[in-house]
Design a protein around this ligand. Structure first.
Ligand SMILES: *Cc1c(COP(=O)(O)O)cnc(C)c1O
Length: 453
């Protein structure tokens, strides 16, 4: 299987190279050249597999340059760090409503599904190519923690994560800074998240430095992340009763559009899912898009569901590629217009399988309370956004993207419950190791230079 860029100006690459490259050199995102199709017989055959076996079987269609036994070992390693035996359990709340819990990984957010796998793929590549790799990223929360835990202590790798000092949630900071691993460097930047990102862009634009240190970016656009996320949709779908399978709508708390895109791609591989609901918080660019056809940036307004505080959804370009008839020249045209003007109006594109909802910040505590009262279920603020506009005519599977214990203040205020999780409690007694660094590309470069593997 080869992978092509949404912008059409990058030669097709195999799986391992596309994963190692991250962003395509033409500025586009990698996608499978064709989406493989799963027949109903093939789907039946997958139904009996446990999560790691299902993941391996799914990736056989894509990771054709890694042999099956090697890939199976990478997958097995990736999901042993999950604490629930089912990895992604489906919890029934009502006859037509279930929750797919995606927070049983090491950092208690759904990003672990992809970043555990990506970390092990990087490790495999380092070993296979006899090279080291230095991973660099900026985070305002969950991605940094999940990326760090994906690479924790892995030989041949170092990970450098920038975050704005004093501006990430205290528990998120602990997840990044209390690991004790000596290949993890957390840089507490004196500035905002935007300052950190600007410095990072400068560093990635410096080709000499980038190549010399074999720098790789950790962000939400890596192809392996999207594919890894397809697997939990497949696993959930296979476990639904037959009558519900074709009537199911997955309700997805959405920021960068990576999670819901994975479900949509799976649907386009022949899995008959009825649809998806894009559930945003008050940062509602995608809600507006799917209800009006207008794609228009606005200011980011910080919310109680911070991992969805995004305006420009980086993974949206992958959906666009398909929506625009797989025509890279049209993708380039839309992206250029959007970049120049901050908006684009779509005359027509097929959004029949998508619905959308949005949830203001003021509504989040009330939703947490009503979900708790009606179902006895404790939802974190991101998951709460997915309960904002329930549908009664279909079977809903709400994706729970974070464990409520990550957001104790919001939960305490909403329902007077103090959710806890042993892994977070353990962090509270460990020392914080962070490196204060100025928000300048030179200071960050010097820091990396001294520590890169
Ligand atoms: C990252 C994240 C989201 C948003 O996911 P996208 O793939 O960016 O749409 C939602 N909830 C939580 C808890 C997250 O960490």
């Amino acid at each position: 299987m080869n992978f092509i860029s949404t912008r059409g100006d990058t030669p097709a690459l195999g799986f391992s190279d596309a994963v190692a490259t991250g962003l395509a050199p033409d500025g586009g995102l990698f996608l499978p050249e064709t989406l493989p199709q799963f027949s109903s017989d093939e789907l039946k055959a997958l139904a009996g597999l446990d999560y790691p076996a299902l993941c391996t079987a799914f990736f056989r269609r894509f990771a054709t340059d890694i042999d099956e036994a090697t890939f199976a070992a990478i997958v097995a390693k990736s999901y042993t760090s999950f604490t629930h035996p089912e990895i992604a359990p489906l919890v029934p709340l009502a006859d037509n409503l279930q929750v797919l819990e995606l927070f049983h990984g090491p950092t208690l957010a759904f990003k672990d599904f992809a970043l555990q796998l990506l970390g092990n793929l990087y490790e495999h590549q380092c070993a296979a190519r006899g090279q080291t790799i230095n991973v660099l990223g900026a985070t305002s929360g969950d991605t940094g923690a999940a990326a760090i835990h994906g690479l924790l202590g892995k030989p041949g790798t170092a990970i450098f994560i920038l975050y704005p000092d004093g501006r990430v949630a205290p528990l998120q900071e602990r997840q990044m800074t209390c690991t004790g691993a000596d290949n993890v460097y957390t840089m507490a930047i004196e500035g905002s998240f935007d300052d950190a990102q600007t410095a990072l862009k400068d560093i990635f634009a410096d080709q000499t430095f980038r190549l010399h240190h074999r720098l790789s970016a950790v962000n939400s656009i890596n192809l392996a992340r999207v594919l890894a996320q397809c697997v939990y949709y497949l696993s959930a779908w296979l476990r639904l009763p037959t009558a519900q399978q074709e009537n199911v709508e997955f309700v997805v708390p959405t920021g960068n559009f990576g999670n819901v895109l994975a479900g949509w791609m799976l649907q386009n591989m022949g899995v008959p899912i009825r649809g998806f609901k894009v559930a945003t918080n008050q940062n509602d660019i995608l809600y507006r898009l799917f209800t009006t056809g207008e794609y228009k940036v606005d200011q980011v307004a910080p919310s109680l569901a911070p991992s969805m505080d995004i305006q420009v959804a980086s993974n949206f370009e992958r959906f666009l590629y398909f929506a625009l008839g797989r025509d890279p020249s049209r993708v380039r045209e839309v992206m250029t217009t959007f970049k120049a003007t901050g908006e684009y109006r779509f005359e027509s594109f097929d959004r029949s399988t998508f619905s959308a909802s949005r949830c203001s910040d003021a509504e989040i505590p009330g939703i947490i309370k009503s979900v708790y009262e009606r179902f006895g279920y404790v939802a974190d603020p991101h998951t709460a956004c997915a309960f904002a506009a329930p549908d009664s005519d279909r079977h809903s599977v709400v994706l729970a993207t974070a464990h409520p214990a990550k957001f104790p203040d919001t939960l305490r205020a909403a329902i007077g419950v103090d959710p806890r999780h042993p892994s977070l409690e353990a962090l509270k007694s460990r020392p914080i190791v962070k490196h204060p660094v100025a928000a300048s590309a030179d200071a960050i470069r010097a820091f990396i230079e001294a520590r890169a593997v």
